[in-house]
Unconditional design. Structure first.
Length: 80
């Protein structure tokens, strides 16, 4: 049996997807997991990932987001 705790829900403005993050704690012991549920209409995609994978994924997403904000600020300075 597992105890599932909601962490956050994010609505994606493009495509109307909903992303939900949940913490899964196994009552029998073992490693806690991060559940990522992506809802697109009636369809669900679910990933259960370990802490190391979550760190790698988070790092890649942060790097990508930072590069996008840098690209936008650079294009504003060259446009203006």
């Amino acid at each position: 049996m597992a105890k599932i705790s909601g962490l956050t829900k994010i609505k994606v403005p493009l495509g109307s997807q909903e992303i939900e993050l949940q913490h899964i704690d196994h009552v029998e012991g073992g490693m806690g997991l991060l559940r990522i549920r992506i809802r697109e209409g009636k369809r669900f995609t679910i990933f259960d990932i370990d802490p190391a994978t979550a760190e790698q994924w988070a790092s890649a997403m942060q790097q990508w987001a930072a590069s996008q904000s840098q690209s936008k600020s650079q294009s504003k300075t060259t446009d203006g």
